[in-house]
Each structure stands twice: as C-alpha cells, then as structure tokens.
Design a protein. Structure first.
Length: 233
C-alpha cells in the first residue's frame, strides 16, 4: 500500500510483516510515507533478518528512512519492561525530520515472536509491555495525506502512552505514565460511576479496584484526556 497507493494512504504500519524482495524492487511511492514497523527478533515466520523471500527489517527500515529523507541516526528509547514474565523486551527507534514531517518508527521486540504486542492471547512470545494497536493509532493520527498535522494539539508519542498492567487483573494494578508533570486520574465503572479520583506527579502509580467488571482509567495530562479500559475479575 505504501509503495503503490501513497496518494491514498496517509501512513502505514506493519506488525510482524515486511515485504518480499520483488515488491521492494518495484516500490515506487509518490511522496514521503510515514512508516511504523513492529517486529520480533525471534520471529520464525517472517525472520527479522530476512531470507530469500522476505526483506530484512533493517533493510526495510533503511529504505523508508532514505526515501523519506529522515535523519539516518535514530533516537532509541527503551520501552519500560512492565511485564518481566513475557519473555521479551522492546525498544523504540525514531527516525525523524523527514520531508513533510514524515518519520519512520520501529519497535524492536528483543526475543519476540510472530505475534501482536499487547494481544489478549500470548502466542509465539508476545510482548506485553505496550499495545501495538495503541501505538499504531497514536502514529496514524499524526498524519494526513498532506503530511504531519501541525495545527492539532500536541500528540503524545506512541512510545509514551500510559500502560496498565496486568490486564485483566484481580484488582491490584500498576499504571505507568512516563511524563513529567501533574496527572489527574479518574476511575469509573462501566455505568460511568466514579470510583475514585487522584492527582499525582509520579510516573508509577499503584491502583486498587475492588469492584469486578469492566472499568475505565481516565488520565488527564497537558490538556489531553486518555482513556484505558481494564477488566477486574
């Protein structure tokens, strides 16, 4: 899609997939295309380092960094290892300053398999330190077909979205919000009834929810409101 429908696709993201060598050789995007690549280094289905069929992740990243005219040296940010029992860790690599504001972003799952980070089912070593779905949406919402959306409110980078663990939970949960400054936290149940509210400048917060069911943790920070759902057994 990024290669052949760049006039219709604002940004692209891939989880556990790269491109065939033939597709890369024929790739002809008409404009800079923001790209996010999420991939495990222990993926045996689409190998991280490629094979005779698939382009390696490093080569694919290099292609889009070059095409988008991004800085060749990325900024690497370790993703907090909030689930030490998932068998893998994650790193975020951001290549910025591309044409029309395009970036290339790579989540490298060290030891991760052919799986979707944050998925409810753990298969092939699934990273649970972040949600691929939330990271992708945070990436997509920054762009239009005209490039980076600069007239909207500041968007928190996907790597720094709040994380709740464990989810589902028995009631004792940890909330990670890696931003400096005051955060307002409100917890409501599925009926919209407020259970409690607090304000903190801490990045790690322990929350205790004694009511079973689906709940929503609403975080207010820097003029934005972010909602995370959690299931309590």
């Amino acid at each position: 899609l990024a290669c052949f429908l760049s006039h219709r696709i604002a940004a692209i993201a891939s989880v556990t997939g790269t491109m065939t060598n033939a597709n890369l050789n024929a790739c002809s995007p008409q404009r800079p295309v923001p790209v996010m690549q999420i991939h495990g280094t222990a993926d045996n289905t689409v190998p991280y380092n490629g094979n005779i069929f698939f382009v390696s992740v490093p080569n694919l990243i290099n292609y889009w960094v070059t095409h988008n005219e991004c800085d060749p040296a990325p900024v690497m940010t370790p993703v907090p290892d909030i689930d030490p029992n998932d068998g893998c860790t994650a790193e975020n690599y951001l290549y910025s300053n591309g044409a029309d504001g395009a970036t290339v972003e790579h989540y490298k799952i060290i030891g991760g398999g052919h799986s979707w980070p944050g998925a409810p089912v753990n298969i092939n070593v699934t990273n649970m330190d972040f949600s691929a779905s939330e990271a992708i949406w945070g990436f997509f919402r920054k762009y239009s077909l005209n490039g980076l959306i600069t007239d909207s409110k500041e968007i928190i980078q996907p790597a720094f979205n709040p994380t709740i663990w464990p989810n589902p939970s028995k009631g004792d949960i940890q909330l990670y919000m890696p931003w400096n400054g005051a955060k307002n936290i409100t917890v409501v149940n599925q009926l919209g009834q407020k259970l409690f509210e607090l304000t903190t400048s801490e990045k790690w917060v322990n929350l205790e929810i004694n009511q079973s069911g689906v709940h929503f943790v609403i975080i207010g920070f820097n003029g934005q409101t972010i909602s995370k759902s959690i299931i309590i057994h």
